[in-house]
Structures are given as C-alpha cells and as structure tokens.
Design a protein around this ligand. Sequence first.
Ligand SMILES: [Zn+2]
Length: 332
Amino acid sequence: MVIIRLRTVLIMILSFSTLVFPWSGHSIYTFLVMKHSEVDLDFFVKIRPKDFEEERIYNQEGKLKEYLVEDISGMNGTGLIEYELVSKYGFLNNSSVDGQLPAWQIISLYSSFPDTGIDCLRDVSWIQDTFLGDSQALRHSKIKVRPVEVFEGDQSFLYFAKKSSELLKVGNEYWGLRYLGYALHYLEDLMQSYHTRPGTVWELVRYPFDKNIRILLRNAHTTYDDMMVYLMLYDEDRLESIISNAKPIYFSSYEQLIREAYMYSHSEFFKIHDMIKSSFGDTLYGPAPSMEDFAKLAKQGELDNLINETYKIISTMSSVIKGFVTMQLDTH
Ligand SMILES: [Zn+2]
C-alpha cells in the first residue's frame, strides 16, 4: 500500500516536472555576491580553449558545440544576461581584452551558462526518457515530496564544484573559475524553493486532470523565478545591502553544503507557495504576471511578506556562496 502511494506521488512529480524553469538573473545575482565577498577577484585570467576531457555528457546541438569549448563573452544572442537587465549589467558580457578576463566576470557570466540548453538531453537516464523529454529539469532541480526524492540538481553542483577544484589545482584558472560559475548556477537553482517541490500533495493529485491547477503551478513557479529580476529592477539598493551583509557560512564538505542548502530551501516551500498564491491571486490563472503586475502589487503592499521572506532566502544563499567561493579559492 505504501509502495503504491509512493509510486503515485513519484508519477505526479514526474508528470509535473517537465515545467521546471530557472531562477532568472543568475549572472547579475552572482556578480553582486562576488562584489561583496571577501575574496579578491580583481585579477585577470588568460582565456584558454577547453583542453581536457570529461565524463559529463552535454547537448551539443547547433551553436552549443562551440559554446561548450570556447569563451563566449562578448557574443550576442547567448542569453546570458536577461534583456530587462542588459542596459545596466551588459558589462558582464564585455569582450575579453588581450585574451584576458577579470576573475569576477568569468564566475558571474558563466553562472548563467547551464541555462543555454546544454542540459536538454535524452538518453542519460530512464526518468528523462520516460517522462521529461528533453527538459533540463533533471539536472536543475531536486524534487522532494514526502520521503520521495528525485532528480539530480545536487549531483550537478557536486560535479562542477569538484571539477572546478581539480582544474584550479592543476593551474587551469580559466576553466576552474568558469566551472565554479557553473556550480553556483545549480546551487542557486536549488535555493529557489520551486526547484525542490512543485506544489502541495492535493495540487499534485489534481494536476493531471485539472487544467487550472496546471496553469497555477506553472505560473507560481515562473513568478517566483521572476522575483529576483523584480528585486534587481525595483529594489536594488535593499537587495545589494542584504547580499553585502550576509556573512560567509562554511561547510566541511561539498556534500554537506548542498544537502543543507537544499533542505533549507525545501523547508521554505510551503511559506513561499502560500504567499505567492495570496499575493498574486487571480493573476496566476492567466498569462504569468508581468514586471508591471509585480510593481503594481508591490505598491499596494501586497508583496511585503513575500519579499521579506525572499530576502531571508537570498541572505542565506549569499552566505553559503560566500563561504563556498572563499574555500574554493583559498585552497589553491
Ligand atoms: Zn537552471
């Protein structure tokens, strides 16, 4: 009986999870954390082509084949900076000068890279092939409902954290820092609570049969992804001061770090999900709320609780990243 119930929950999660999207604004958020970390990242790093083999498989369709092995800073159309933020933060995508880039730019810019489509894959796991099609959900989330845990977002973090450390150890600074940026992407994704749980059990049970629930859960998730961009556009001073005040937190291993970050994010899910539903109300049943909807609701005070809770998560996430980056660079 228990096994049948667990299997039902698993199928609900999997049928939902084709809809997993990322936090938005990875490069800019990472830049703000790097700017306020205690590590000196102002030195320049010589770019080198990828000259090592690895076991991880990537989607290499179209331009991705080139993107995966070349430096793509300065290129147009890579989507590493959200269009709403280009006017202010376009410098993060500046071209290299004399074949070199500042360390902070490599880490920040490449923290968006895993969303270019490199993880849209088939034939890497039965879960992917049976349920997800070529969605990147498998590698960008780790879903937990009751005791059932599926997906590999934590494994993605561990892979790039370890690879980055190995590369830095052998003096490959460019790829070591670039893979550090990739590792941050997956850590940041797991700190977005909708990457750890898609909805309440009751919503997941109704999900396959109820179109409104499908629209609600999809919009709740994208709305929360957009929250970071909203804060960058409309509340930047407070966002930056929260990031600046976050003290580094240290863990004894990468495994402990990602587990604690993930469990914390998961523990925030119900609070965030309730606040999203009560703040955005009926707008969650149409097209996803726009930045203007965010601004209007914020002006009416409807987003106060949600924003305060989000700042708590951002503060914790910034502390975890500061500790991780300090450890990663201090040991080399
Ligand atoms: Zn992602």
